[in-house]
Structure formats: C-alpha cells, structure tokens
Design a protein. Structure first.
Length: 317
C-alpha cells in the first residue's frame, strides 16, 4: 500500500506520468488519504488554498483542510512555532523568519503555486486617474507623505480629498508593495486605513469618491463591478495587471509569485503531501476558479521537479 500511495503522490512532467498517478490513485483508494491539514497566512493566498481544499475534500472524503488568514507574517509566526502544516505567503520567507524556524527545529519546503499582480484600485466615479507612475505612487505612499488630495498627485487632477486603504503590516502584500514602491520593505506612511482583510479595502474604496487602495488581482476581479483598476507606469508605459502582463512580468514592478510553505515533518504525512500534489497538478483550474494568474509552463515544470524531489527525500524529513 505504501508504494501505491507513493505513486499517487508523485507528480509527472508529462501526460503519461500524470495518467499513471491517476491509475495508482484508483488502486490505492480514497481511504488511503485521510486526516487534517492546517494552513494559515496570507489573505491573498488564502482564497487560492481554500479553492484547492474544496476540490481535494471532494476527492478524499476522509481529508479536511482548515485555512486561516492572519497575514503572511502572522502565518510564518505560527508556522515556525510548529502550529500549522502549511504557511500561505504572498512573498518569500524573510531571513528573520527562516532563523525563527531554524531555532524551533522547523524545516520547510517552498512551493510556487500561482502568480499575482498587485492591483491599484480607485472609486468607480474617479474619472481623472487612469494610470499612475511609480514616482507618483511613491509620493503618495512614502513614509512621512502629506499628500491627502488628488490635486497634489499630479497637476490637473481635481481638488478631491484622497483617502487611502491598504494592507496591514503583518501582510506580505504590505511588504511587497512598500519594497517595490518605496524602496524598502515596511517603509510606508502610517496614516491610512490598514487591514489584513482585503474585503475591508474593497468596501472602503467603493464607498469613497476619492479613495485608493491596493491588494491582489483576484480581489479586483471579484469586485470589478464596484471598483476601477489603474494602470501603472513602471518606466515602459502604462500597463494594467492581467494574466498575460503578470506572467510575462510586463506589469512592473508589481508582478509577484505566490507561495505555500510545507513543514517537512508535515510533508511526511500522506494527506499533506497529497494536498500539495493536488495544488500543483490542478494549478491552472484552481487558479482560474479563484481568479489568480496560473503558473507559466516553465514555473509548473519547476514546481513538479521540486515536488518529486521532496517526495523522494521525505523519509529523511
């Protein structure tokens, strides 16, 4: 049975190998995969993991995936204490977080599961702003910024109060945005409405004519009837985030990868390894369902190689 389960877990790089894994799954039986997987972390990656969990639980009646949202930083804090199996992250793990994991004896494996474009949104009634430069965004969001009116952003913009909404400081989205726009992770003005719940930003921007906010592309796509998406000029013209511009990284500088980290000891459990496999093999359909940008062919091939290596080494974890 163990060898059959191992065949189930292996991810192939080609059609034949994936078909073999499906046959092995039928032989092993759904009862072979059971137990609970705990995940916490990014509010951006959370909906992707939840979408994956729904399909996984339908396939394996004895499996359950519990997904929490405490922000990327909050998720790594719990993960490095050994409290969760998986940590959802909208940025790579920081050196300080890796040191915390090492101190606690928590080894981990990083898996790239999707792409994302951090999206700048404004109120639907905003008719003046269609594209902002990185320099303009920096002027708005930098530490100590006193910009509180659209007329201060660009000459010709109207005299409309600017109200800002964005990610909380425990968020990987906050870390990524501040690094790319302000030059250093964590460098940001503090007088804005900060939240770990992106739905709060949606409601805030939708309810104020002069509002602006930022979050992952999926939250815009879920609410595009309520919000207006801005293009960003990163030096090569105005570009909006989309599957094509994010995958090609033409949407600069706010295209990024999204990650799930697995604790090595947890990965030794068949239910955890099978869930990661489910996310990789079905990444395109899961990303489409959850309105994320799928992996490129090269990214997917790398994810499969990393997974197969982890499966081969997991007896040593």
């Amino acid at each position: 049975m163990r060898s059959k389960i191992r065949k189930l877990l292996l991810v192939g790089g080609g059609v034949a190998a994936v078909a073999l894994a499906s046959v092995a799954a039928a032989v092993a039986g759904a009862q072979a995969i059971r137990g609970t997987v705990t995940a916490d972390g990014s509010s951006t990656v959370g909906p992707l993991t939840q979408a994956a969990a729904e399909g996984f639980e339908r396939k394996y009646a004895g499996a359950r995936v519990v997904v929490g949202i405490s922000g990327t930083g909050g998720g790594f804090e719990r993960f490095c204490k050994g409290e969760t199996d998986l940590s959802n992250a909208s940025r790579p793990i920081k050196l300080s977080e890796a040191a915390s994991c090492q101190k606690s004896g928590v080894g981990y494996i990083q898996f790239l599961v999707a792409n994302d474009g951090l999206s700048l949104v404004v109120n639907k009634s905003n008719t003046w702003a269609n594209c902002l430069t990185v320099a303009e965004l920096h002027k708005i969001w930098d530490t100590g910024s006193k910009v509180d009116n659209w007329s201060q952003v660009r000459q010709g913009f109207p005299n409309v109060p600017l109200k800002l909404f964005g990610a909380g400081t425990d968020s990987g989205t906050f870390d990524f945005f501040t690094e790319k726009i302000n030059g250093r992770s964590g460098r940001s003005r503090s007088d804005y409405s900060a939240t770990e719940d992106d739905n709060v930003t949606v409601r805030g921007v939708a309810g104020d004519r002069g509002a602006m906010g930022y979050f992952g592309l999926s939250y815009y796509l879920e609410n595009k009837n309520r919000l207006k998406l801005l293009a960003v000029n990163g030096g090569n013209g105005c570009v909006k985030p989309s599957i094509a511009t994010v995958q090609s990284r033409r949407y600069k500088p706010l295209s990024r990868g999204l990650f799930v980290y697995s604790k090595k000891k947890s990965f030794k459990r068949d239910v955890v390894a099978a869930f990661i496999r489910h996310m990789i093999v079905n990444e395109r359909s899961i990303a489409t369902k959850a309105k994320f940008v799928p992996l490129t062919k090269a990214q997917l091939a790398k994810a499969k190689r990393q997974y197969n290596t982890a499966i081969k080494n997991r007896k040593n974890y």
